[in-house]
Design a protein around this ligand. Structure first.
Ligand code: SAH
Ligand code: SF4
Ligand code: F3S
Length: 439
């Protein structure tokens, strides 16, 4: 049996694509191995969102070359967003790559592997014709009780720093009947928690024909009706499209979790304008306040960028104060990284590296303090936890996540996939600690 290994470099969408790649390779009769070194077929599912993702990839490509030099029978396939933007130069720059494919053409990898066995050529790019949703491929999921469900692909926004629209194309919504059929199938397989995926989930449906259209709020309500699905999450919504109908659906649907990942990017209205986010600081804060008022116990997490071109000390101070005012439960913090052919890459006023470094350190510190504060408020309460397995730090404890998406380490007796009530006794900035008080 040929052995394969898939390395994931990017976001949840990218990780979900990796699950489809695994499922497809298994169906072709390949078996997964834990280490790249053991694989006959090495697959890199790449990302190009920031420079860092690419330097990590470069290291892996170097390792793959060494492995191939030692054993020329090995195959290296490179998929994902980096492959897509570097189409023209990929094979020239990295002759160790045998096959490449974009995020919209995963099935082409399977076709190529089949052809390659019959003497097919190396060095080709699989476009696979039209962009396709990966749902037609089987998925090999990490956990039996959790699943990602793709609801759209691409992005119609024009955030000036971001490469995603170039790579993943115009937004295309998946038909509601297909989404709901997939979720019903997942529920029948024992899945209890789903995460709806899209670059901008709340613009979902706008491109669908009127007679077959649901908007995002309606989609949430329809998903909530599926028997067996206890938790529904979604990522990411864009603040500009987060309307009151979605807030109402979050309030009314029992299975929709009390968590919103709401990327702010900056706290300075001037910078938000240059980023083309189409909301300002006040509107973001008003939205966060409306959401908190409507949804008791809501956790809000965010993405923040420091060092966008032209960002002054005053702009950065506005980001710090946004974190305090919004009281985020957590944040992914990024140093601005100029990307090919994006508008922001050619702006004047690029911020020096050492300033970016200093700003991100201060921001991380504040985010941790704010998150700790939010966690401390949970102490003494009881949270519903979906058990994921053993604690990563202490074998005697179990680990799971609350509806607010916080990790809890707790003592008790439960199997992965079970829902238990846990009394919270202590916290760190990122996790809670507790004792199971039910089933
Ligand atoms: N579609 C999602 C996010 C996709 S990328 C959304 O809009 O919410 C995930 C995060 O990466 C973004 O929210 C942003 O914070 C960050 N990011 C994107 N491009 C970046 C760049 N050029 N430099 C630094 N961070 C970036
Ligand atoms: Fe990028 Fe903006 Fe689209 Fe998110 S909404 S993927 S940040 S262009
Ligand atoms: Fe995701 Fe990276 Fe592509 S963040 S959409 S894998 S560029």
């Amino acid at each position: 049996m040929r052995r394969y290994h898939v390395t994931t470099f990017g976001c949840q969408m990218n990780a979900h694509d990796s699950e489809r790649i695994r499922g497809m390779l298994e169906e072709l009769g390949l078996g997964e191995v834990a280490e790249l070194e053991q694989a006959d077929v090495m697959v890199f599912n790449t990302c190009t969102i920031r420079e860092k993702a690419e330097s990590r990839l470069a290291a892996h490509l170097g390792l793959a070359k060494t492995l191939k030099d030692a054993d020329p029978g090995r195959l290296l396939a490179v998929g994902g967003c980096f492959a897509e933007v570097q189409r023209e130069r990929l094979f020239e720059q990295f002759p160790q790559v045998d096959f490449a494919f974009g995020p919209g053409s995963i099935a082409a990898l399977g076709e190529w592997l089949a052809a390659e066995r019959n003497g097919g050529a190396s060095g080709s790019f699989g476009t696979g014709g039209e962009r396709r949703f990966t749902a037609e491929l089987p998925a090999r999921r990490e956990r039996a009780f959790q699943a990602w469900v793709q609801i759209s692909m691409g992005c119609n926004s024009v955030c000036s720093y971001c490469i995603v629209p170039t790579v993943r194309g115009r937004e295309m919504s998946r038909a509601p009947v297909e989404i709901l059929a997939e979720i019903k199938g997942l529920a029948a397989d024992g899945v209890r928690e789903i995460t709806l995926l899209g670059q901008n989930v709340n613009s979902y449906g706008r491109d669908l024909p009127a007679d077959r259209r649901l908007d995002f709020a309606e989609l949430l309500r329809a998903c909530d009706q599926v028997e067996g699905i206890e938790r529904i999450r979604f990522t990411s919504p864009h603040p500009k499209d987060f309307r009151s109908d979605v807030i109402a659906a979050m309030v009314e649907c029992d299975s929709v979790c009390e968590h919103a990942h709401l990327p702010a990017q900056s706290g300075s209205s001037r910078i938000l304008k240059a980023m083309r986010r189409t909301y300002d600081r006040e509107r973001f804060l008003a939205l966060a306040a409306d959401m908190r008022a409507a949804i008791p116990d809501l956790a809000i997490t965010t993405d923040l960028i420091v060092g966008f071109p032209g960002e002054t000390d005053e702009d950065f101070a506005q980001t710090l104060s946004l974190v305090e005012q919004a009281g985020f439960d957590g944040a992914y913090t990024f140093v601005y990284s100029p990307r090919y052919e994006t508008e922001a890459a050619s702006l004047s006023g690029q911020v020096p590296e050492e300033v970016k470094r200093e700003r991100i350190e201060r921001l991380i510190e504040l985010v941790q303090a704010t998150a700790s504060e939010q966690n401390e408020r949970r102490v003494g309460g009881v949270e519903q936890v979906l058990v994921e397995g053993k604690s990563r730090t202490d074998d005697a404890l179990l680990r799971g996540r609350t509806r607010r998406n916080t990790t809890v380490n707790f003592s008790g007796d439960a199997a992965p996939g079970e829902l238990v009530d846990v009394r919270i006794e202590a916290t760190t900035s990122t996790t809670l600690r507790g004792i199971a008080v039910s089933p």
